[in-house]
Design a protein around this ligand. Structure first.
Ligand SMILES: NC(=O)c1ccc[n+]([C@@H]2O[C@H](COP(=O)([O-])OP(=O)(O)OC[C@H]3O[C@@H](n4cnc5c(N)ncnc54)[C@H](OP(=O)(O)O)[C@@H]3O)[C@@H](O)[C@H]2O)c1
Length: 419
């Protein structure tokens, strides 16, 4: 019998929960706990009767360690799957430590208030020392490694698609195709169309912060930082076609650079249409992407949070989104003294996802790997005391599960390369 506590009940959680319910043999009981309990109850209502997984729900403020500890102590799960926002990573890890329960997430820590003086000072020091200015980095969560080891519990970081599947693709390429990997290009293409002039495919605050920030890539042991959208390439994606893609900073670059010091360069590209970029630039220019509170008619509001309230809810895009995503990695390295390249990728169809679980492919491609990571921890297959990124475990059971549970992958042994 196993019991999983899932925190958060948004787009990604909706998929992960539906997928857990397809695997009642592993997930015998789940509790969905989030800020807004009615959303958890609605998901339970939809799924119970279709599954033998026993579903309960709870209200929790995941910014409060005390509330989390009380919930964990009353529900007594074996593990907590954090599908709330990156802002809650540390309080949830603290609660897991106190209760000695395994921890799993899909995104690394980022503070909600980037103007907070203590955090800001630390951040500015890190920017100088490490050479990239993204608000998120792994240092906060990696710092829990000893505490998790001492407590005898596992933290599995970043089991979404990117990070997550892209990192497992890297471990798989190294295990089965290369003696040494030298170059990695991670390509994230969303060829879907939702019909709105502007909407984000996942949480707008997190998405817009990421995309409007400086880009960076890892080269020869250090970070090279670029202006937002400075590096553009065109790529012909299988089953999608030619798309413009732009270099972004992305969190798996940091962990892959640490775990594979042999890699000379790691870049991350994401596709964007011109309309998306024009809207984003305009919103940024007028200050709507700011996280600094402003006073409006006697009330403090945070511009990006206000914008979130105006934009379509990502969870509502499912029925209207058509087209496919194609996400994967091109690896170049050495095998038996010879240079070679391979491309491992998955293609996912928005409407197929909607038919299966009622969500578009962006939530689907994150929710399925979240379920897979949680299943491997719960079954003890990926379990050792400490804090780990997904590429630090054996990739084979994860790759098998991707094929089985909705994200089949392809290996192209003669790929086009990115200039
Ligand atoms: N690795 C990847 O490939 C990848 C890709 C996409 C997303 N992600 C990550 O996946 C996570 C979920 O994304 P999403 O698109 O599902 O976001 P979302 O739709 O905004 O859902 C977030 C959920 O967390 C809940 N929540 C927020 N603050 C909370 C708090 N203080 N206490 C309790 N619950 C709280 C929200 O509650 P309310 O319903 O009350 O707002 C909502 O249910 C994020 O961390 C995101 O960065 C990872």
């Amino acid at each position: 019998m196993s019991r999983l506590l899932i925190i958060g009940c948004g787009g990604v959680a909706g998929v992960a929960i539906a997928k857990c319910c397809q695997r009642s043999d592993v997930f015998t009981e789940i509790c969905i706990a989030s800020r807004t309990k009615s959303k958890c109850d609605a998901v339970k209502e939809k799924l119970q009767g279709t599954t033998s997984t026993v579903i309960t729900t709870a209200q929790v403020n995941a910014d409060s360690k005390e509330e989390l500890v009380a919930l964990i102590n009353s529900y007594k799960p074996q593990a907590v799957l954090n599908l709330a926002l990156p802002y809650q990573d540390l309080t949830i890890m603290d609660a897991c430590l106190e209760t000695k329960v395994d921890y799993i997430d899909t995104a690394n820590y980022e503070p909600e208030d980037t103007g907070e003086p203590v955090w800001r000072k630390e951040y500015e020091k890190r920017c100088k020392e490490k050479g990239f200015t993204a608000y998120f980095d792994y240092s906060y969560q990696w710092a829990y490694d000893k505490k998790f080891k001492d407590a005898g519990i596992t933290a599995l970081l970043g089991t979404g698609f990117d990070p997550g599947v892209t990192s497992v693709f890297t471990a798989y390429a190294k295990k089965h195709y290369f003696d040494e990997i030298h170059y990695v290009d991670i390509l994230d293409c969303n060829g879907g169309d939702h019909g709105y002039p502007f909407a984000t495919n996942f949480n707008p605050e997190i998405n817009l912060r990421e995309v409007s920030a400086n880009g960076s890539y890892w080269e020869n042991g250090h970070w090279v930082e670029t202006k937002p959208m400075e590096i553009k390439r065109e790529f012909d994606f299988a089953q999608v076609g030619k798309k413009d893609m732009y270099l972004l900073h992305h969190e798996e670059i940091e962990s892959l650079a640490k775990n594979y010091p042999e890699i000379k360069r790691i870049r991350f590209f994401m596709t964007f249409g011109q309309s998306y970029l024009t809207h984003m630039n305009c919103l940024e220019n007028v200050g709507m992407l700011s996280t600094e509170p402003v006073m409006y008619e006697g009330k403090e509001i945070v511009p990006i949070q206000f914008l979130k309230a105006l934009l379509p809810d990502p969870a509502s895009l499912g029925p209207r989104t058509v087209g496919k995503t194609n996400i994967g990695c091109i690896f170049t390295g050495i095998k038996d003294g010879k240079e070679k390249s391979i491309y491992i990728y998955n293609v996912c169809d928005h409407q197929e996802c909607y038919k299966e679980v009622g969500s578009q492919a962006v939530s689907y491609t994150t929710g399925v790997p979240a379920m897979i990571g949680a299943s491997l921890v719960l079954q003890g297959i990926w379990k050792k005391p400490g804090v780990y990124n997904v590429e630090e475990f054996d990739p084979d059971p994860y790759m098998d599960a991707l094929n089985k549970y909705g994200l089949p992958w392809v290996v192209d042994e003669n790929p086009a390369l990115v200039e």
